[in-house]
Design a protein around this ligand. Structure first.
Ligand code: PNS
Length: 166
């Protein structure tokens, strides 16, 4: 029997409630979901690859068909090596469309790997990791934007770095 294994790729610096919503919904629709962190694009960022993986594992631990992995190089090579049926991405707004469409078409052209889009929950249509970091950096409340474990890690990380005066 064919296993319908999909991936949710990203940089997850850090994972947000928006990511988690897409991961959960992908897990309801497919046999297996691998959340894959692009380790080669994670060089500049707030969290290290190991920290991001750790947070992803923590917030997906209640989802039995979800695992976490990293990849280097092309995403389609990871797909080929792991028998992945499709890439699942969330679409938040029209602004996401062009970039996502470009990647989806290129990934299909490179290796005939399909991309499936899940329409983001409107609650999270404005949500991205960089915005969360900016809000937290200037003392804003990110409680509704990231899981509690991530919020704690974020505040601890920012507290350990040189302060920016608003
Ligand atoms: O969270 P992001 O920044 O939207 O994630 C982007 C990611 C990691 C999915 C994308 O940059 C990617 O797939 N990078 C791997 C390199 C690759 O395969 N590039 C060709 C894409 S057509």
């Amino acid at each position: 029997m064919r296993v319908f294994r999909v991936i949710c790729p990203g940089s997850f610096d850090p994972v947000t409630n928006g990511h988690l919503d897409i991961i959960r919904r992908a897990a309801l629709l497919h046999d297996e979901v691998i959340v894959v962190l692009g380790a080669n694009i994670a060089k500049e960022g707030l969290f290290s690859v190991a920290e991001r993986v750790d947070m992803l594992e923590q917030v997906t631990k209640d989802l039995p068909n979800v695992s976490v992995d990293t990849f280097r190089g092309l995403l389609v090579d990871f797909c080929r090596a792991h028998g992945v049926s499709a890439i699942v991405k969330g679409l938040r707004a029209v602004s996401d469309f062009e970039y996502e469409m470009e990647m989806a078409q290129m990934n299909y052209r490179l290796a005939e790997v399909e991309t499936l889009f899940i329409a983001a929950n409107p609650l999270y249509s404005f949500l991205r990791s960089s915005l969360v970091k900016e809000i937290a950096r200037y003392g804003g409340d990110v409680t509704s934007l990231v899981p509690p474990a991530v919020q704690n890690r974020l505040l601890a990380k920012l507290a350990s770095r040189p302060q920016i005066t608003p």
